[in-house]
Design a protein. Structure first.
Ligand code: ATP
Length: 372
């Protein structure tokens, strides 16, 4: 059965440094929750406190309705996967997975045959039964992490905690393992919390994402919520590429310098406006306000830097929308901002940038201008 985890007012200091500042969080039974944040934001500290590997200075952790046993990870029945494969080098894959079962108290220990059966079933679950007799040194990084997960599952954990489980793997293997973990979690339905500093990983894998900064929660929400409705400028900036534009609001218009780039429902005075590169449309226009500074092709996208009212703005265009008419570096373009988030100096609350009703054609670039 899946267990809920309630985290209430958890604080932790290391000397004068506040690593966690009164964290409140509910992990729902069976969900896959990501702790996302930059280096040093407190993700690992929180995970270790949930696991019982560290003790908080203040606060309480409940598993279901019970106080989490304060002693060991084993008592908490927590499966923990570390970033660096913590497999025992001198043991085969089989023995690594069996370890948690062999060290149980005598009364709870399974027979040899039961252990063998269980390990076999777990290895089948992670599709690595053919590696049972190998040693960790004879496995790839991805295989080692799958075995580490398998070992964590052997004790039939109440919850699974994963600390940057794919952190040291290359990009392709990371992506494969993400898909694999998502599927495995769907099959097992065990309450799981994983730590990552990779926003793409968090958004792709998790049911909900907790964004941490300097030991505090900035926002909790589904991937779609945190991406589309960021609670703070920090969250918006952290969740993907963006342009930060110093603007001001006047008569309902959002002005970059003297150039209107959108509308605002309320507010007046200075505001920071964030616009993602894919939310900008360029049109060829000899009298347009934008100047193409740089254009290059990166896989399925063209990346264009446009100078606009004194700011350099990054724009991405799907490569198949780039027709062969062409705007080269040094050409002028008009610019339409389709979406953005406004953080006015006051009132404090953020709001959506509303697009101006401009007739804009897509910018066309000649292949040579984008390095094709
Ligand atoms: P990363 O992604 O780099 O692992 P993180 O978000 O997981 O970062 P934590 O490892 O939780 O961050 O650390 C939070 C802060 O607490 C950091 O400033 C770190 O230096 C500090 N810290 C963590 N563990 C200790 C410790 N045992 N002693 C002293 N300071 C610590």
């Amino acid at each position: 059965m899946s267990t809920a985890i309630s985290i209430k007012g958890i604080s932790k200091r290391f000397g004068a440094h506040v690593a966690l500042d009164s964290i409140d969080l509910q992990v729902r039974p069976g969900e896959l929750l990501a702790l996302l944040g930059p280096s040093g934001s407190g993700k690992t500290t929180l995970l270790r406190i949930i696991a019982g590997l560290d003790t908080p200075d203040a606060g309480q952790i409940l598993f279901g309705d019970e106080d989490a046993p304060i002693h060991t990870m084993r008592e908490r029945r927590v499966g923990f996967v570390f970033q660096h494969y913590a497999l025992f080098r001198h043991m085969t894959v089989f023995e690594n997975v069996a370890f948690g079962l062999r060290v149980r108290k005598r009364a709870q220990r399974l027979s040899q045959a039961e252990i063998a059966q269980r390990v076999q079933r777990l290895l089948e679950l992670v599709q690595l039964e053919w590696l049972a007799d190998r040693y960790p040194a004879q496995l790839s990084g991805g295989q080692r992490q799958r075995i580490a997960l398998c070992r964590a599952l052997a004790i039939d954990p109440r919850m699974l905690l994963l600390d940057e489980p794919f952190g040291v793997l290359d990009a392709k293997v990371r992506k494969e393992l993400r898909r694999w973990l998502r599927q495995l979690h769907r099959n097992l339905n065990v309450t799981s919390v994983f730590v990552t500093h990779d926003q793409e990983e968090a958004l792709e894998l998790a049911d909900r994402v907790v964004v941490l900064s300097s030991g505090r929660i900035e926002q909790i929400g589904t991937p779609a919520e945190v991406y589309a409705q960021p609670a703070s400028a920090f969250v918006h900036e952290f969740l993907g590429e963006t342009n930060r534009l110093e603007c001001h609001i006047e008569h309902g218009f959002v002005l970059l310098g003297a150039l209107p780039i959108g509308r605002a429902e309320r507010g007046i005075g200075s505001a920071v406006v964030y616009v993602r590169p894919q939310d900008i449309v360029l049109s060829r226009d000899a009298s347009g306000p934008g100047l193409v500074r740089h254009a290059r092709r990166t896989g399925p996208l063209a990346r264009v830097v446009v100078e606009l009212a004194g700011s350099n703005v990054d724009v991405t265009i799907p490569i198949d929308s780039v027709a062969p008419l062409g705007a080269r570096e040094g050409d002028r373009v008009s610019v339409q901002v389709r979406a953005g988030v406004i953080f006015p100096a006051s009132p404090v609350e953020s709001m959506k940038l509303l697009p101006l009703d401009l007739q804009g054609r897509m910018l066309s670039l000649v292949p040579s201008a984008i390095g094709a």
